[in-house]
Design a binder for this molecule. Structure first.
Ligand code: SF4
Ligand code: SF4
Length: 211
C-alpha cells in the first residue's frame, strides 16, 4: 500500500510479502521488522517473479516477509483493518510498489538482496547450524528428485526423497526444541520445512509435518 494513489485494496499484500534488500536491513536491526516475521527462500526454491509473471527457481537465497501458515498472504497485513501493521517501516519493495506502474518496483528489485548471513554472522554457532542444514538438506537435489518422480509418474514417493524430508523435519524439530522456539519462528534461519517446499510438486506431502 505504498503510493498515494493506492486504494488500499490489499491485493498485493494478500499475494505475498516483499523480499528484503540490503537497504532494508536497518529495519530488522532496529526491531521494526521482527526476525520471526521473516522467511528464507532457499536457493533452488520456486518463487513468483512479477517481471516474468511466473514461478522461477531462485538462483540465490532471498529473505522475505513470511506468509500466514501455508498461505503467502503477508503476515504483516491485517485483513480486519485492511492495513499494514508495519506501514511506517515497510520495506523498499512495498514503498516502491504501484500496481498501475511497476517500473519503480522493478528498479528496487535490481538492488542487492539481503541474505541470512547479513543477519547472522557466518562464524557464529547459529551461522554454522544454518550452513550445516544447507549442506545436509539443500533444496535443489530434493526438488530435482521430486520432478524426476513426477515425470516418471510411477508408484509411491521414492524412499530417497522421503529420507530427505524426514531427516530435515527431524533436524528443525530438534533445533526448535533445543532453543525453545516454534518452528515457524525459525523460518528465517532454515527456510520452510522441506516437505512444505516440495508439496506443490508432490501433493502426497501436503500437511506431512503438521501431525
Ligand atoms: S498497491 Fe495496488 S494492489 Fe496494492 S493495496 Fe494499493 S491499490 Fe491494492
Ligand atoms: S509489509 Fe505491509 S505493505 Fe508490504 S506486503 Fe506486507 S502488509 Fe503489505
Amino acid at each position: 500500500m505504498p503510493q498515494p494513489s493506492c486504494r488500499r485494496c490489499g491485493t498485493c499484500c494478500i499475494k505475498g510479502g516483499p523480499s528484503l534488500h540490503r537497504e532494508d536491513l536497518p529495519l530488522v536491526e532496529e526491531g521494526r521488522i521482527r526476525v520471526q516475521d521473516l522467511v528464507c527462500i532457499r536457493s533452488g526454491e520456486m518463487a513468483y517473479d512479477p517481471r516474468r509473471g511466473g514461478l522461477q527457481s531462485v538462483p540465490r537465497e532471498l529473505v522475505k516477509i513470511r506468509g500466514k501458515g501455508a498461505s503467502w498472504e503477508c503476515v504483516c497485513y491485517d485483513r480486519a483493518s485492511s492495513q499494514c501493521r508495519i506501514y511506517a517501516a515497510r520495506p523498499a519493495e512495498c514503498r516502491a510498489l504501484s500496481c498501475t506502474d511497476p517500473a519503480a518496483l522493478y528498479a528496487v528489485m535490481e538492488h542487492p538482496y539481503a541474505t541470512r548471513f547479513d543477519l547472522v554472522p557466518a562464524d557464529s554457532a547459529l551461522g554454522q547450524c544454518i550452513a550445516g542444514h544447507e549442506s545436509l538438506f539443500p533444496v535443489l537435489p530434493a526438488l530435482n528428485l521430486a520432478l524426476e518422480w513426477v515425470r516418471s509418474s510411477a508408484g509411491p514417493v521414492p524412499e530417497e526423497l522421503m529420507d530427505m524430508v524426514r531427516g530435515e523435519l527431524h533436524f528443525r524439530r530438534a533445533f526448535a526444541e533445543r532453543v525453545g522456539s516454534r518452528d515457524e519462528d525459525l523460518w528465517i534461519y532454515f527456510g520452510r520445512p522441506l516437505w512444505q517446499v516440495l508439496a506443490p510438486t508432490v501433493p502426497a506431502l501436503e500437511g506431512y509435518g503438521t501431525g
